[in-house]
Structure formats: structure tokens, C-alpha cells
Design a protein around this ligand. Structure first.
Ligand SMILES: NC(=O)c1ccc[n+]([C@@H]2O[C@H](COP(=O)([O-])OP(=O)(O)OC[C@H]3O[C@@H](n4cnc5c(N)ncnc54)[C@H](O)[C@@H]3O)[C@@H](O)[C@H]2O)c1
Length: 373
């Protein structure tokens, strides 16, 4: 924290998600200041900085991370770079917000989480949907005993972003053996809804069993006209048993008809049920419905204003609305002086461990016990 008491932030990655979610989130909170935007493509960094009123830009992430006048490094770069950048930022003593996943192997994420904890640094994963006003309100209802003992959780994260086979995909490894299905939707779309299930149910998984399918078999890669065979998971399902006896199912896909971001979380307990639908439809970012044993028809309820970020309302774009809450929460945690740190790299490591267990289950066509380590 510096002269005027503001938290100073350096952004790594000047792409689409930095533009629509991250930078607007930081700019909305008067307790912080984005001091530099950095991208390996320096022109992109400059354009993004001037668009969002940031006075400095850079093409060199190492020099940004090593600055002593920056408190937080925000990593919004492609997934393959996250581990290197997050490790370097923690090594340099910065709090880190990082898009998911930190690493494809959960043990590497856990190692970085441990390093941050040892240095007294806060971390946060880009689990966007844990911070929606509806998901936060649902969690407060669960904590207040609205559903009583939980029985079943169902989570969906699906939309039709890549239903059209002509839409190029970014996450592709053409050199990969095409006879083996490669994890795609479960990694990109599964992580946030697995995180919400863990958080609402309040217990780890004891074991999981899953399936993956490749529905659209040929696609172009981004930046190329070539059409390739891509044996990727574009639809998957898994079931899990939690250690507190709750049963869960998770379904993700990016070729299922429906709008962004396409999340639905349902929890059923002995005293009530909650369905939170985080799907932008007819100008509304999300809805929440509840039912009780003596009034079984689900009713939509209003989300109290206290769960919205400053100036937020249900008609705002989900991209800026949900992320503003995530960033507000991170600033609260950094400034609080307490140990509180929700959705941190440790949670990220757990989610990645579940994804790795489902991958193993698909390969072995069998139940897989957790923890894996
Ligand atoms: N949490 C969510 O809901 C959500 C939504 C969308 C995207 N994402 C994630 O956000 C990340 C970025 O996605 P995007 O759509 O903005 O991608 P993008 O390709 O539009 O932008 C990424 C930028 O990072 C830059 N970059 C690459 N390596 C760098 C480095 N070492 N230092 C600085 N800049 C570097 C690239 O040049 C590019 O401009 C991805 O991990 C993606 O999965 C998360």
C-alpha cells in the first residue's frame, strides 16, 4: 500500500477478459489503483492502458513483477503461462489474483499456495461465479440454515459458444495423440461450478466417476484456416460422493444450446432447496429461486442490494457485475489484516485435484478415490 493508502495493481495480459472484467473491476473500487498494464504484445498493452485510463504500460512482465511500488499482480494471460507468472509474483512478495487454472497438475498449484501462505500473501483464483450476488446470497441462506442438512447438489456450466464447428478454439494441442480424448470443457467450464459445489456443500469429495465426449470432431485453430481433427472433451458429466454423505453431479459443455455464462447450481436439503441460475437471459444476469417442504413450487426471490457491488444491479452485464464483487472481496481480504482468504490457490488446488481425478476415472472407466496424493 502506498502514499495515499491505495493498493497498487499491475495487470499481466491485455486481452478480452482483462478488458471486460478485470480492469473495470479494479477501476470501480476507490481503494485501489491500476498502475500498469503489461502484455508481451506492447502495442496491445498501450491500447488497453489508454482505453481504461491507466498511465503506464509495459511489454516486460519480469520488470513489472519486480517493481517495489506494486502490491498486487493480476494474471489474465493464457492458461499455459499462469504457473510461471504466479510463482514469480509470489517470489517477489506480491498478492496474486490469477485466472484458473494456476497449473494443470494440482500438486504444483498446492506448492505455490503454500509459498504464498508462508510469506503471508493473499491469493485468489478467477472463480468468477462464487462471487455473483446470487451465489453469495444463496451461501448466506445455507449458512443461516435455510436448507438444513444438505442431501444433493447439481451443478451445470454449459453454453453454445463452440457449437458451430467453424468457430476456432484457442485451447488446442494439435501434436497431441488424437486417439486419446483431451480435457477441455471440464478444465475451462468445470472449475467454477466444482468450486461452488465444494463451497455450498461444505465438504470434500471422497470419490468421483465421470464421462467425457467429443461431439464436434473437426475445428479450425485460432489464427489459422486449417481444419484439424480435435479429440477434445466438449461435453462431460461426473458424479461424486462428498465426505459428509452429500451426492453431487456436475455437467459441463460448450456445445449445448444456451446463453453465457450458463451456470446453474441447485442444492436440496431436508428443510429447503435453492436454485441459482447464473445465465444472462432477457437482460437479467441471474435469478435465484427457493422452495420449502410446505411450499414446493419454486419462487423467484429478489437478491438484496447488499450482495451487489457499488452501483451494481441485476441488469448489468454479468462480466463486469460478477468480477466487481470478486475484486471487492480480494481488496477486503488484503486490507482486513485477518486470515480470511476465500477462493484462494488452496481451493484452486483442490478443484484441480478433482479434475485430475475425473480424468483418471474417464481413462480407467472406474470410480477414483480422493485425495489423490
Ligand atoms: N474466470 C472466467 O470466467 C474467465 C472468462 C474468460 C477468460 N478467462 C481466462 O482468462 C485468461 C485470459 O483470457 P483472454 O480471453 O483474455 O485471452 P486473450 O488471448 O484475449 O488475452 C491474453 C493476453 O495475454 C498476453 N500474454 C501472453 N503471455 C503473457 C505474459 N507472459 N505476460 C503478459 N502478457 C501475456 C497475450 O499477448 C494476450 O494479449 C485465460 O486463462 C482464460 O481462460 C476466465
Amino acid at each position: 500500500m502506498h502514499a495515499e493508502g491505495k493498493i497498487r495493481v499491475g495487470i499481466l495480459g491485455a486481452g478480452a477478459w482483462a478488458d471486460s472484467a478485470h480492469i473495470p473491476g479494479w477501476n470501480r473500487d476507490p481503494r485501489c489503483e491500476v498502475v500498469v498494464v503489461c502484455d508481451v504484445d506492447k502495442t496491445r498493452a498501450q491500447l488497453m492502458a489508454s482505453k481504461h485510463g491507466v498511465s503506464e504500460w509495459s511489454g516486460d512482465w519480469q520488470s513489472v513483477i519486480s517493481r517495489t511500488d506494486i502490491d498486487v499482480i493480476d494474471i489474465v494471460t493464457p492458461s499455459s503461462t499462469h504457473l510461471e507468472l504466479a510463482s514469480a509474483a509470489i517470489e517477489a512478495g506480491k498478492h496474486v489474483l490469477c485466472e484458473k487454472p494456476v497449473a494443470f497438475d494440482f500438486t504444483q498449484t498446492r506448492r505455490v499456495a503454500g509459498e504464498a501462505r508462508q510469506k503471508g500473501l493473499k491469493t485468489k483464483l478467477g472463480f468468477t461465479f462464487r462471487y455473483t450476488p446470487g451465489a453469495q446470497y444463496a451461501k448466506s441462506l445455507i449458512d443461516d440454515g435455510f436448507i438444513g442438512r444438505p442431501f444433493i447438489f447439481n451443478g451445470f456450466e454449459q453454453n453454445s459458444q463452440w457449437l458451430d464447428p467453424n468457430v476456432p478454439l484457442r485451447q488446442v494441442q494439435p501434436q497431441q495423440d488424437q486417439s486419446v480424448i483431451q480435457t477441455a470443457s471440464l478444465l475451462e467450464y468445470g472449475a467454477p461450478i466444482i468450486d461452488i459445489g465444494h463451497w455450498w456443500v461444505g465438504a470434500d469429495y471422497g470419490r468421483v466417476v465421470g464421462m467425457m465426449r467429443n461431439f464436434i470432431t473437426h475445428r479450425p485453430i485460432r489464427g489459422s484456416a486449417e481444419i484439424l481433427r480435435m479429440n477434445i472433451d466438449d461435453g462431460d458429466m461426473f458424479m461424486g460422493e462428498h465426505t459428509n454423505d452429500v451426492m453431487s453431479s456436475i455437467q459441463t459443455s460448450f456445445v449445448t444450446v444456451g446463453n453465457y455464462p450458463g451456470i446453474e447450481a441447485r442444492i436440496y436439503g431436508e428443510k429447503g432447496a435453492i436454485i441459482c441460475r447464473m445465465v444472462e437471459e432477457f437482460g437479467v444476469a441471474e435469478t435465484i429461486k427457493i422452495a420449502k417442504p410446505d411450499s414446493v413450487e419454486f419462487q423467484q426471490i429478489e437478491i438484496p442490494q447488499l450482495f451487489y457491488p457499488h452501483g451494481g444491479h441485476p441488469g448489468e452485464s454479468w462480466r463486469s457485475l460478477f468480477y466487481a464483487n470478486l475484486i471487492k472481496d480480494f481488496i477486503d481480504e488484503i486490507t482486513s489484516g485477518s486470515e480470511t482468504n476465500q477462493g484462494d490457490f488452496e481451493d484452486g488446488a483442490w478443484v484441480q485435484e478433482v479434475i485430475n481425478a475425473v480424468e483418471l476415472s474417464v481413462k480407467q472407466r472406474a470410480w477414483v478415490d480422493l485425495p489423490l496424493a
